[in-house]
Design a binder for this molecule. Structure first.
Ligand SMILES: CSC[C@H]1O[C@H](OP(=O)(O)O)[C@H](O)[C@@H]1O
Length: 349
C-alpha cells in the first residue's frame, strides 16, 4: 500500500490524493507553504494524515533553519506552527500534532537539540498512528463476522493515515486473515473521496467494494444486508458528538431507522476533550466551485448561491459505539472518553 507521506529530512513527499485513482504522483514539499497548500487543496487529507504532514513540515523547516539562537528559533517555529494551523479548521489532529511537536521543541536547551526533538516527535506520531489504526481494526473486527457487508463514506483508509486507516482498517485486516468482508462506498460528493479513493484503495487490497452515489444510501440499507455503518472522524467532542465528512449525519439517522449499528472509528488523537459538544466544532466551508462545477465544467448557472460545508456533526445519540485503539466505547461517552484520554496522556509521558 502506498504511504500518504514520506519524510526526507530536507523535504517531505506527499501522495497527491487529488490525482488518484488515475495517477500516482508525489508532491515534493520543501517549505511549510508547500505543505500548507497540499493540506488546503486536499492533496493530503484525512485527519491523521493532515497532522502528520504538518508535523513533518515543522521538521523540514527546522532542518533547513539557519537560526543559531534558541529564542529566535522557537519564535520562528511558533510562526510556522500558527501558519500550518490555518490550513483547515475541523480535523483536530492538525492542532494535536503541531502542539505535540511544539511541546517537545520547547524542552530543548539548544537549537540542535530542538531540531532532533522535532524530527523524533514527528516520526513518533507517524509510527504511533500505524499501531493505533491496526488496533482500531482489531477492535472493529470483533464487531463483524465473515460475510458481513459494511457501508462507509469518504475515505478513512490507509492513505488518510499512516497505514490501515480507521474505518477501513477492519477490511484490510480481514483480507489479510481470509475473513470475507465487503464494503459499500458512498461516492462522497463533492470531492468524491469515496468514488476515487476508497474504491481504489480497497480494490488494490483485493477487498470486495461496491460504489454507490450518496443518494443511494437509504435504498442500499433497505435492500442489501448491511451489517454496520463504519465511518471515520475529524473531531470527536468530549460528549461523543462527532464531526466527519458531510453526509455522515444523514447515514447515522438512516442507520437508526434501519436498526443498523453505526460505528465511529476514532483514534484517541481525534478525541478533543477541550471541545465540549458538537456545537463547538468548527465546520470548514469550502469554495462554491466544488459544488457548481465538475472537473472544471460548470453544472449550475453562474452566480448560483452555494452552501458547501465539508463536514457535519453526528450527535452521540445516533452513535452505537466509538471504536478506539484502547477499546470500544458504548454510551456514557463523556466519562469513557475522558478516562481513555487520560490513558493516552499517561502513555505519552
Ligand atoms: C481517518 S480520515 C478521517 C476523515 O477525514 C476526511 O475528511 P477530508 O477528506 O476532508 O480530509 C473524512 O471526513 C474522513 O472520515
Amino acid at each position: 500500500m502506498l504511504r500518504s507521506i514520506e519524510y526526507k529530512k530536507d523535504h517531505v513527499l506527499i501522495l497527491d490524493q487529488q490525482l488518484l485513482p488515475h495517477e500516482t504522483a508525489y508532491v515534493r514539499c520543501a517549505t511549510t507553504a508547500e505543505v500548507w497548500e497540499c493540506i488546503r487543496a486536499l492533496k493530503v487529507r484525512g485527519a491523521p494524515a493532515i497532522g502528520m504532514a504538518a508535523a513533518f513540515a515543522l521538521a523540514v523547516w527546522a532542518n533547513r533553519s539557519r537560526l543559531s539562537t534558541l529564542p529566535a528559533f522557537l519564535e520562528s517555529l511558533e510562526r510556522e506552527r500558527d501558519y500550518l494551523a490555518s490550513s483547515r479548521p475541523t480535523a483536530v489532529n492538525l492542532f494535536w500534532a503541531l502542539d505535540r511537536v511544539m511541546s517537545k521543541a520547547t524542552t530543548a536547551t539548544g537549537v540542535e537539540e530542538a531540531k532532533r526533538l522535532i524530527e523524533t516527535e514527528a516520526l513518533a506520531i507517524q509510527a504511533e498512528d500505524e499501531a493505533v489504526c491496526k488496533s482500531i481494526g482489531e477492535h472493529a473486527l470483533s464487531l463483524l463476522a465473515d460475510g458481513d457487508a459494511i457501508l462507509t463514506i469518504c475515505n478513512a483508509g490507509a492513505i488518510a493515515t499512516a497505514r490501515y486507516g480507521t474505518a477501513l482498517a477492519p477490511l484490510h485486516l480481514a483480507k489479510e486473515r481470509g475473513i470475507g468482508l465487503s464494503a459499500y462506498a458512498c461516492e462522497t460528493r463533492p470531492l468524491l473521496q469515496g468514488g476515487r479513493l476508497t474504491t481504489w484503495e480497497l480494490q488494490q487490497a483485493g477487498v470486495d467494494v461496491t460504489l454507490i452515489s450518496d443518494s443511494m444510501a437509504a435504498y442500499t440499507m433497505a435492500t442489501k444486508k448491511i451489517a454496520a455503518v463504519i465511518v471515520g472522524c475529524d473531531r470527536v467532542a468530549a460528549n461523543g458528538d462527532t464531526a466527519n465528512k458531510i453526509g455522515t449525519f444523514g447515514l447515522a439517522v438512516l442507520a437508526k431507522e434501519f436498526n443498523i449499528p453505526f460505528y465511529v472509528a476514532a483514534p484517541l488523537s481525534t478525541v478533543d476533550l477541550s471541545t465540549a459538544t458538537g456545537d463547538e466544532i468548527p465546520i470548514e466551508e469550502r469554495a462554491p466551485e466544488e459544488i457548481t462545477h465538475f472537473q472544471g465544467q460548470p453544472i449550475a448557472p453562474a452566480g448560483t448561491k452555494v452552501f458547501n460545508p465539508a463536514f457535519d456533526v453526528t450527535p452521540h445519540r445516533y452513535i452505537t459505539a466509538i471504536i478506539t485503539e484502547a477499546g470500544i466505547v458504548r454510551n456514557n461517552y463523556a466519562e469513557a472518553l475522558s478516562r481513555l484520554k487520560r490513558t493516552e496522556h499517561a502513555a505519552a509521558q
